[in-house]
Structures are given as C-alpha cells and as structure tokens.
Design a protein around this ligand. Structure first.
Ligand code: GLN
Length: 509
C-alpha cells in the first residue's frame, strides 16, 4: 500500500475517519518506506514496535468514531525533543545513549491528539548548522538530486553517507535536515523541527516542503534540548500549508513548565488556510536584495509578490534598515546562549563520560571527546563574547542591535503592513561537503533571510514556490506579526495555490 505514503496529512486524517484504511495500514506503509530509505540517513532511531502499538490504540478509537485531531497519523520527531524511554541525543556524542525519563511538552501534545511516533530524526549537532553535516550520525541526503546527477552514482554515495560524506548528493538543509528529508521523501506525513535561526524554514525550502516557525512563546520549549533559549522555537514540517496548520494547532499552547510560553488562545489554524488575502498589505524589504543573489531567486520573489497581488493583496516596498547587522549579531547572541546552555554537559549528569585523573580532567576529556568541531567553535565564540573584557564590546552591542532589528519590524507593522515577503534562502540546496569543509562563515551566510525573524521573535513560514534552473525546489518566506500565524497560513496557501502543482522528489534511494 505504498500509495498511502503519498497522501497529505489532511487526506490521511479524513481517510482514517471515513474508515477507508486503518492506522495500522497507514503506519505499516510508512515503516516500510522508512526501512527502504535508510540510505538517506534521515531517521537515526526507528521505533516500529511503538508505532504499531500507537496505531493499534488509534484504530480502537477510530472504530468507535472517537479520537483526537491527529488520531492515527504517523510522524517523525527531531532528535532534539525528549522522548520518554527512547534515546534522545541531539545528534551529539556527548549525550551518548541518553534515554529521557520525561517527554517534551510538544510531543506530549501530539500523542495526546493521537499521533503515532515512527522514530527520531537526524539533525545538526545541538541544532547548530545549516546543512545537517555537523551531526554525530553523519550527513542526511536531500531526496532531490541536481538536474544532471546520475541516479546510480547518487545511490552508491548513500552507502557511506554516515561516515564519509556522499559526493553527488545535496544537503537537505539544517539543522532539521532529517525532518525535511523524511517529509519530502514521504517517510512520514509530518515532522517536528526547531528553529533558532532558520532551522525549519531553510530545510523546508531546500526540500520543497512547508515549514513554519511560530512566534517565540507559541510552543513550549520544555523538554527540547536547548541551543539558544531566547531564539529557539518548535514548529512543524509537512507537504502542504494545511498540514502544517493542523500540526501547529496540536503543538502550540501555554505550558506552565516554560515561563516564556505565552498564555494566549490557540486558534483553529486550519480555518485560516484558504481565507481571503484581499486587502492585506505585504511588505517587500529592499534590504533583502543582497549582493550575489542569483537572478532566479530574485525572479521567484517578484513572482510571489505578483501572485499575492493577483489574489487581492497590496504590495508595498518597505525598509528594514538594520538587516545588515542581523547575521553578525545572531552569531554573537546564539553562541553566547549556547555556551551557557551547553555547560551542563559535564560528564556527570547526562550521557557520555571520559574519565580523567581528577574531576577537571574528566570534564575536559568528556567535552573534548563528546562535542564536534562546530559545537566547540560556538562554545569558544560564546565564552569569548561573554568574557569580562569583551562583554560590552560584543554581547551587549549585539543585544542592542537585536532591539533595533525588532524595532524595524515593529515600525513596519505599525505602518499597516500585515506580513513581509522574502526569499527563504539565497540559493537552492548545495552539495554535501561543498561548504562545510571550507569557511564556516560561508555556511553562516545561508541564514541571511531567516535569522532576523528569530531575533525579533516573529512567526515565519516557508512555502515551496518554484524550481531552480537545476530543477531544485525554491521557497518563499512570509513573516508575520507576533501571534498572527493565521495570516501566514492564509498567505502561504495563496502562494501554494498560485505555484500550482510542483514536481515531487522522485524516488531513487
Ligand atoms: N543555521 C543556524 C545556526 O547554525 C540556525 C540553526 C537553527 O535554527 N537551529 O545557528
């Protein structure tokens, strides 16, 4: 029943309710797809027994006409979410075989609504990266191949993906690369992600799917491995705007266990999908027209504005003057918070321990062996910018810039703009190994359009909008007012329908 994996989440939900198939059948079809796609390295832990058990329980409810909003729907979970009784590593050696005794709030809510867990998904170590190449479990393959890539060569590259790269294959984006690859390759109907500087939106754009980072405070961070606490937010990936709306409704909500989660009602986001965008004012920021941006990205951006105009929205040019400082400020704030959050991995409380002659040597040995090089780089930058002599020069200044970035958006929204339209990324997916081995700054530049949104705490969605000259997916980003994810779903659906039916990643793995 492989066609069951081609359904959208909404179609699967309706099919289950109409008793066209059972959750056991739907889940088995996905378990088979996951097994057949091991080469992509998207899942780092498969939980088929748990999945079958959950599907069975859902079928009992569905047979009685009961069940929650996601009853019987198989999902993949980014390895940053703590799953009770199931290994959670954030794809770092330092967490070793850590098995949490608790469940994150977001996943608790998904299971409460009836979703089925297929397994844990690969990501960049501690979510630090834009390509999933920093994972201790190795790189993940993007199910999309560049125009001229030979399928046989690509398939053979998969055999050494976890250890030796995988020449000829593209990255799925990062840090939620396992999530984006799994959803695009139809290895689950939806997946969770986290986004600190773009880790939901950029991988969604690179794999031709939808991803939304909600407003900071919309989803609880409790039970999610922390990277940079003032920027981290959870959000969903799926193949349609409607499917992400359905997932976000279950994931969102106030949680007393996270003091930064906000106590505002969670709307029925599905209703917003298909809502008219007539009369909405869409800002196009001139500062996002960055040097070296390929013409095809510029063209897509223009096309997106035209589509929204045709749907009745008004397009206005806006200015976000502090955009140029966003990336350097982000790469001070995020590592600063990361260095503090990661201090807890000391070889005593969690996971791996490497002994030493005394306790200090044990800490040093554990951290030297347990962290990968990108994480070490972030810890060193973070402790440097927080150190006594440099705190004012770097950290305090970056926080001031952050306030200015937020103010830019406040001004635009106060002037009547309802959402901002930008490209999601400055390029299509790049090849594994092409950026990681050279200059880390080149990798950081990929986050240019996404980090401002985290710095300002705003919601942002990435929607597939077209294909590159190499037949790779490209995405457009919409940024909204705080807690106005509904407008993003309405506008995202308008872009989705204007873009028409875009190609799907063809199975070669
Ligand atoms: N690519 C960015 C970074 O490396 C963002 C990562 C994320 O959003 N988790 O920090």
């Amino acid at each position: 029943m492989s066609e069951l994996t081609d359904l959208t989440l909404a179609e699967a939900r309706d099919g289950l309710k109409a008793k066209k198939f059972t959750s056991a059948e739907l889940t088995d079809a996905h378990i088979d797809a996951v097994e057949a796609a091991r080469g992509l390295n998207a899942y780092i832990l498969e939980t088929p027994e748990k999945a079958r058990e959950m599907a069975f329980a859902s079928d009992v409810k569905l047979a009685k006409g009961e069940g929650g909003a996601l009853e019987g729907i198989p999902l993949g979970i980014k390895d940053l979410f703590a799953t009770e009784g199931f290994r959670t590593t954030a794809c770092s050696r330092i967490l070793g075989d850590f098995i949490p005794t608790y469940e994150s709030t977001v996943t608790t809510q998904l299971w409460r609504d009836g979703a089925v867990m297929l397994g844990k998904l690969n990501n960049d170590e501690f979510a630090m990266g834009s390509s999933n190449e920093t994972s201790a479990y190795g790189a993940v393959a993007n199910p999309w191949l560049a125009g001229n890539t030979d399928k046989v060569t690509a398939k053979s590259a998969l055999s050494d993906l976890a250890t030796a790269g995988g020449a000829g294959v593209l990255v799925p984006g990062g840090s939620s690369g396992g999530s984006s690859s799994a959803v695009a390759a139809r290895l689950c109907l939806g997946a969770t992600g986290t986004d600190t500087g773009g880790s939901i939106r950029q991988p969604a754009a690179f794999t031709g799917i939808v991803g939304i980072k909600p407003t900071y405070g919309r989803c609880s961070r409790w039970g999610i491995v922390a990277f940079a606490s003032s920027l981290d937010q959870a959000g969903p990936f799926a193949r349609t705007v409607k499917d992400t709306a359905i997932l976000l409704r279950s994931m969102a909500g106030h949680d007393p266990k996270d003091s930064t989660s906000v106590n505002v009602p969670v709307p029925d986001y599905e209703v917003a999908v298909g809502r008219s965008v007539k009369g909405l004012r869409i800002g196009v920021p001139k500062e996002y027209r960055v040097e070296g941006m390929p013409a095809e990205i510029e063209k897509l951006w223009h096309q997106g504005a035209e589509w929204l105009k045709a749907a009745g929205a008004e397009i206005v040019e806006i200015s976000l003057p502090h955009t140029k400082y966003a990336l350097p400020a982000y790469y001070i704030v995020a590592p600063a918070e990361a260095s503090s959050n990661l201090a807890r991995y000391d070889g005593v409380r969690y996971g791996a321990r490497v002994p030493g002659k005394d306790i200090t040597a044990m800490y040093e040995n554990t951290r030297a062996a347990g962290f990968g090089s990108e994480v070490k780089r972030r810890i060193m930058i973070g402790t440097y910018v927080l150190s006594a002599g440099y705190y004012d020069a770097y950290y305090v200044r970056a926080q001031k810039v952050r306030t200015l970035i937020k103010r830019d958006f406040d001004n635009v929204f106060a002037a009547g703009v309802d959402a901002v339209l930008t490209p999601t990324t400055p390029s299509a997916a790049f090849a594994i190994g092409s950026k990681a081995s050279t200059d880390p700054v080149e990798m950081y530049l990929n986050d240019i359009f996404t980090v401002t949104v985290n710095m300002a705490g705003l919601p942002g969605i990435s929607v597939p909008a077209g294909m590159s000259s190499e037949n790779l997916p490209l995405g457009l980003q919409l940024i909204g007012r705080p807690f106005d994810e509904e407008t993003l779903f309405a506008l995202g659906a308008a872009i989705e329908s204007s873009a028409g039916s875009l190609p799907k990643a063809e199975k070669w793995w």
